[in-house]
Design a protein around this ligand. Sequence first.
Ligand code: ADP
Ligand code: MG
Length: 333
Amino acid sequence: MQLSKLGEFRLIKGLEKFCETTSRKDVILGIGDDAAAIKTSKGIILITSDTLIEGVHFDLSFTTSYQLGYKILAVNISDIFAMGGKPKYFILNLAIPRTSDTKCVREIYRGIKKLANKFDIAIIGGDTSASKDKLLLSGTLIGETKKIITRAGARPGDGIFVTGTLGDSAMGLRILKKIGKKINFEGQGMKIKGSPLPLTPYTLSLIKQHLMPEPRPLKDISGVTSMIDISDGLLMDLSHICEKSRVGAIIYKDKIPLSKELINAARDLNIDPFRFAFKGGEDYVLLFTASSGVKINAFRIGEIIEQGCFIVDAKGKKTPFKAEGYEHFRRKF
Ligand code: ADP
Ligand code: MG
């Protein structure tokens, strides 16, 4: 079957039988979550891997090498945080066209270092190869934790929470594509020719959210029953929790946190900000469930139910939602 029909998630599901780990007691969690988890005598090791490919994940006409380096580590950190872990060691594989220059590689590493220093992550190696004509970055991040939070623990009655505003990154990308130029976040207030939006602090903040997302851990994970990071969009990633936990969900539209920057940009472009918040993806905020009664410092957007997935609008109208968002081979937001 052609991958465009199958889609990324059904393809990965089909790989599970090759990644069967039941005979290995040390593998607590294999394929199917934000990271794999391995038990050792001292605790739990988390391992995750993510790739950024030119033409698929980024466009070099409006992304700097520094921003790419920063992002390849950021998206991996987000997966370790989604398991309740602490990032520790990073490995970077690079495939670079032979026409690139050394500055490009140095800038990638400067971007990685920026975040690695912030979270005290050691860069411990990698691999380098020439590519035919596209740049590829593939990062593997190893973390540690005492306890893992998986996608599978949500129970009916749990609250559903997000740690930050949604849709900003997707809107940032929309604006960046219109501008079509590299931005180093210093040219505030300037207007770029042909762009319907001036580069104001609010458009810059959206663009920065796309190019350099800042992963933040959930400080207190007591009472948290399941967790995932939002990389493919709220509806898609909440569907992953529902599928793994075998539950349903209700979310309330008027409880979805939208930034004033997104609201302003959506108004200027005459588009619905909720489309971005629900399906945009690359938010890299945490989506989690927690037992009712636990005090949580995050936005409560809904609750887990026995079955079915629904959005309730401000007037109380209930509409079912599907797992829509970003999916490789198939759906594009
Ligand atoms: P995320 O968006 O959090 O990075 P993915 O959707 O990329 O997660 O991956 C989901 C799960 O599928 C992870 O457990 C990952 O290890 C696994 N996975 C993805 N691609 C492959 C593959 N080619 N072989 C084995 N496992 C894979
Ligand atoms: Mg993830």
